[in-house]
Design a protein around this ligand. Structure first.
Ligand code: CUA
Length: 308
């Protein structure tokens, strides 16, 4: 449903918890609407009925024990039912089934990294339909928050701490992932997708060997989170675009001094592993050093050469 017009109004209920959470919210909303109507109607009625009139003296009205009891007991029951339904839903969300597949999630400025037990990694979350999955969340820098509206689940990613979520996706589809904790300049662009696949397709994808031989530079950029801040199409984001960067002249700040250098291969490699050495003028000094193997750096440089 993601990306369709319907999505804006009704977000798909794509996980096991979605119905329960929606039922809880809808129960609370219905009570609110009924109470709001009664209170507003009574208010309007009394304002008109007891408005000031010439020659009418105000009466002294004694309290009513019956009324007091009624409007104490009924709301208490309503609120306790709300608590019970919410508590049941909470237990369900926090109790992970025994047989789950675990995926590690790292939030970082400004992208997501999903890692599987067999070493597979990516910036898109892939899961099989109908199987319980557990996400172990953490952050490499500041607090982020993983939110999958279609699954009705949300949890903070905190540095040096592990939090968790679990869900069973109902059926194949693609749904949005947002970061809902303000984490810096690129927060609003910290988007991804969860792709729910038929179980057979997922197993095939999962068993597919991690790419060997020629590594794709674009894939390295995606997996390492570079594309959270840099684009390949010429638009500037948090950081400069990669388009046309290869062998171009750039003005950088080195040890506080400006200089213009050529973005050659050495410069590009150094900018990945030691980004603070030569900071491109006009951009904030926020990029973390990205660990990369020589093969990965080669692939990235090779790819950048194609972005003329
Ligand atoms: Cu990460 Cu907001």
């Amino acid at each position: 449903m993601s990306g369709t017009g319907v999505h804006e109004v009704f977000i798909a209920k794509a996980s096991n918890s979605a119905d329960k959470i929606d039922a809880t919210l809808s129960y609370i909303l219905q009570i609110e609407v009924v109470l709001l109507t009664i209170v507003t109607a009574a208010m309007i009625f009394f304002v008109i009925k007891y408005r000031r009139k010439k020659g009418r003296a105000s009466q002294n009205i004694e309290g009513s024990m019956l009324l007091e009891i009624v409007w104490t007991i009924i709301p208490t029951i309503l609120v306790l039912v709300m608590f019970y339904i919410g508590w049941r839903g909470f237990i369900n969300i926090r109790t992970t089934p025994k047989e789950v597949m675990v995926i590690k999630v790292v939030g970082r400025q400004f992208s997501w990294l999903f890692s599987y037990g067999n070493g597979k990694q990516g910036d898109t979350l892939r899961v099989p339909a109908g199987k319980p999955m557990k996400l172990l969340l953490t952050s490499r820098d500041v607090i982020h928050c993983l939110y999958i509206p279609a699954f009705r689940i949300k949890e903070d990613c905190v540095p040096n701490m592990e939090t968790y979520l679990w869900f069973t996706a109902k059926e194949p589809g693609t749904y949005d992932i947002f970061c809902t904790e303000y984490c810096g300049l690129g927060h609003s662009g910290m988007l991804s997708k969860v792709i729910v696949m038929p179980e057979k397709d997922f197993q095939q994808w999962y068993a597919g060997l991690p790419e060997t031989g020629h590594i794709s530079g674009l894939k390295v950029l995606g997996d390492k989170g570079c594309l959270g801040c840099h684009t390949t199409d010429g638009t500037a984001k948090i950081g400069p675009t990669f388009k046309g960067l290869y062998n171009s002249r750039v003005t950088v700040v080195t040890n506080g001094k400006e200089q213009t250098i050529t973005a050659d291969e050495d410069y590009l490699r150094r900018s990945v592993t030691d980004p603070k050495a030569d900071l491109v003028k006009g951009y904030p000094d926020i990029m973390p050093a990205i660990p990369a193997t020589p093969e990965e750096l080669n692939a990235v440089v090779e790819y950048m050469e194609t972005l003329k």
